[in-house]
Structures are given as structure tokens and as C-alpha cells.
Design a protein around this ligand. Structure first.
Ligand code: FES
Ligand code: FES
Length: 159
């Protein structure tokens, strides 16, 4: 069944007609052209489609768009100021924590969520929190370096 819904995405209200079966990933990427939201496994197991829903990471491939009504949705496009990278993105670039970068948006958003939840998160907490984000280039050591660099930056910058 088709219905008109309004999603709040990156602080903007987006009204569109969707099918009940449309996933949030399909709507964000295919309809709203938010290319940072990426499909890989399609079954909620890899984190490449991660977006924030009221600040918490969710797998958008595993969530129907109609279930996202009423929540604040944030994609990678929504975290910078349009002029410069968000400091977590800067940390990933500075630490060269990306190879193909397919997984990077999901990692950046998950790190943002954890730093907001627990600015003093331990290395173990990061590893646990990021367990749902997979990097098929296996760049985990550099990613963890970027996570710690981002945590340092967060002490000086408002997230
Ligand atoms: S594509 Fe959504 S979790 Fe893998
Ligand atoms: S950098 Fe290629 S999947 Fe992570």
C-alpha cells in the first residue's frame, strides 16, 4: 500500500509517497539521493547503511521507512556545516582510516553516537559499540586510531 509520509532528515522535513514495503535505506538513497547511505549486506549485519535515529545508530536496510516517521534522522550529509568536515570525518582522513571508504559513513555515525552517549568511552567500549560495523578492507587498526583521535578532538569541540 502507498502512503504519504513526512520524514525529518538532516533537520529538513521531507514529504513523499512511499510503499509500505520500502526500506528507509531505499527512501534515503534512491528517493532523497543521500549517497552516504550505502547498501552492502541488506540484512542488518554490516553497518554500511547506518543512519542515526534520534541519535542512535540503526541499520536503514532493516527498517521500513514508514517506521521512521516522527524521529530525527541524520545521515553523514547532515553532520558537517557544509563548509568543512565534521571533526570525526577529519580524524578518519588524518589517520588514513579509509581504503575504499564504503564503510566510512557508518563508522563515523556510530562513533558520533557513542561519543555523545559516553565521551569517555574506553577502547573496549568502542570495540563493542562498533561490532556491528564491518570493514571489508579490514582497516580496523587505522579505524581504531581514528576513533581515538576523534575522541581527543571531541574534548575540544562540541559534537
Ligand atoms: S546493508 Fe544494512 S546492515 Fe548491511
Ligand atoms: S575501507 Fe573499504 S570497506 Fe572499509
Amino acid at each position: 500500500m502507498k502512503r504519504e509520509i513526512t520524514l525529518k532528515v538532516n533537520r529538513l522535513d521531507e514529504t513523499l509517497t512511499v510503499d509500505d514495503a520500502d526500506t528507509l535505506l531505499e527512501v534515503l538513497r534512491d528517493r532523497l539521493k543521500l549517497w552516504s547511505v550505502r547498501e552492502s549486506c541488506g540484512v542488518g549485519a554490516c553497518g554500511s547503511c547506518t543512519v542515526l535515529m534520534d541519535g542512535r545508530p540503526v541499520s536503514s536496510c532493516f527498517l521500513l521507512a514508514v517506521r521512521a516517521v516522527g524521529y530525527e534522522l541524520t545521515t553523514l550529509e547532515g553532520i558537517g556545516d557544509g563548509q568543512r568536515l565534521h571533526f570525526i570525518q577529519e580524524a578518519f582522513v588524518e589517520q588514513r582510516a579509509l581504503q575504499c571508504a564504503y564503510c566510512t559513513p557508518g563508522f563515523v555515525l556510530s562513533v558520533k553516537a557513542l561519543l555523545e552517549e559516553n565521551p569517555d568511552a574506553s577502547d573496549e567500549a568502542f570495540r563493542e559499540y562498533l561490532a556491528g560495523n564491518l570493514c571489508r578492507c579490514a582497516g580496523y587498526a587505522d579505524i581504531l586510531n581514528a576513533v581515538h583521535a576523534a575522541q581527543e578532538k571531541s574534548k575540544a569541540v562540541m559534537i
